[in-house]
Design a protein around this ligand. Structure first.
Ligand code: COA
Length: 360
């Protein structure tokens, strides 16, 4: 077997009608629709409908009344634990035993509730009570209701920042967390188990955790006023510059382009330092790796846009998970229809047969 690829790069593991980023970049399309046509025209919950049902009129439902059990204020952990617990509380059926319609309903309920859990966990971290239902009900969109639950108010700039970010990051083909969701689905697990497995995968810095590292970098650059030296020192230590490089794109990440425009439009105070760091990082990476394109990825400008909405860095993986409920739901349904256990092979490279006396 010479075709072993350690990170499965380029290995086609599923066929999908939902989305797959085009390697040469330029555009990201959800079921054929460019995200540029969605942002600012449809709210996130309609994009959820497009991804899950191929119908912009079929929206993610409003969250139903529910009090999460014991939140800690650590949003990714709260989200993962509560999502798994909800499956039991709601008695969700196994995906291989229920109808597609039932699975779609379970995923809609879960998606809406997952945003609620993050909003309530964020309120807990701030040391405040989440807003009551009558305040939240005043919100017209999912992003507005999210902010109302968390903070009791929804500044329109913050709503735009979150809605744009959620739409841009709602789905991205067979990324690590989506693959995890599909693997769990292929075993017949329930929708809550598949979602919570995906949340765990998303929490790592190489997938969903990068924005948490971006703002501190930008602030250090703003303070030192020498982006080139900052980048040089970082790379000389063998560190990676968070927010650059991508497993799929070999060109500019279209989401980074859209979010960078949004950061400008929303008047982020960090745009100037962000551009200085971006330009220093791009030239240093180009110099060190002329053989490959290491461009700005979505997480760099996502960090700036989320910062406009005063999202604390440690909440960014959970914000990413809120966005991905659409992509994960769509893939869980698609995988359910495939109805085939995902079980690849490993090449054994350990010792040959030996006796117990050889060990120790
Ligand atoms: N900063 C510095 N060097 C980087 C880099 C970065 N952000 N991204 C890649 N490189 C370098 C690697 O060090 C490696 O160099 P080497 O061959 O001398 O060891 C080379 O580029 C290839 O890296 P590799 O890890 O094989 O690329 P990949 O396609 O597997 O990695 C990422 C993709 C996203 C994991 C990687 O670019 C990364 O770690 N980026 C930073 C984290 C981040 O922004 N994650 C969010 C992704 S949306």
């Amino acid at each position: 077997m010479n075709d072993f690829k350690p990170g499965l790069e380029g290995v086609v593991a599923v066929e999908t009608e939902i989305a797959e980023p085009d390697r040469e970049g330029g555009a990201l399309r959800y079921r054929g629709i460019d995200i540029e046509e969605l942002v600012g025209h449809y709210p996130y919950e309609a994009v959820w409908g497009l991804l899950v049902d191929d119908d912009l009129g079929s929206k993610m439902p409003d969250p139903e009344p529910f009090e999460p059990a014991a939140l800690t204020g650590n949003a990714p952990a709260d989200l993962q634990a509560e999502t798994a617990r909800l499956a039991g509380e709601w008695k969700l059926g196994k995906l291989n035993e229920i109808s597609d319609e039932q699975a779609r309903e379970d995923l809609g309920r879960l998606s809406a509730q997952m945003m609620e859990i993050v909003a309530r966990s964020a309120a807990k971290a701030d040391g405040r009570e989440p807003a009551p239902d009558d305040v939240v009900a005043q919100g017209e969109t999912a992003a507005e209701r999210f902010l109302l639950r968390w903070r009791g108010e929804a500044d329109p700039r913050h709503v735009t920042a979150i809605d744009t970010y959620w739409i841009c990051t709602a789905e991205h083909g067979l990324n690590a967390s989506t693959f995890t969701a599909r693997v769990a689905t292929s075993t017949g697990a329930d929708a809550g188990a598949a979602m919570s497995a995906a949340i765990g995968t998303l929490s790592g810095p190489l997938h969903g955790g990068a924005p948490a590292h971006v703002i501190p970098m930008i602030d250090e650059v703003a303070e030192a006023q020498d982006a080139e030296k900052y980048v040089d020192d970082l790379l000389s230590r063998g560190d990676r510059i968070m927010g650059f490089g991508h497993r799929v794109y070999r060109a500019e990440d279209p989401r980074a382009r859209l979010l960078s425009r949004t950061a400008d439009e929303l008047g982020s105070s960090r745009v100037e330092s962000a551009r200085a760091l971006e330009s220093a990082a791009l030239s240093a990476l180009q110099e060190r790796h002329p053989e490959r394109v290491l461009a700005t990825n979505v997480e760099y400008w996502a960090a700036i846009v989320l910062d406009v909405a005063d999202i604390p860095a440690k909440l960014t993986p959970a914000m990413f998970a809120c966005a991905r409920v659409a992509g994960w739901s769509a893939h869980i349904l698609e995988q359910k229809r495939v109805a085939r256990l995902i079980r690849p092979s490993a090449r054994y490279t350990g010792p040959g047969p030996r006796s117990l006396s050889d060990v120790g």
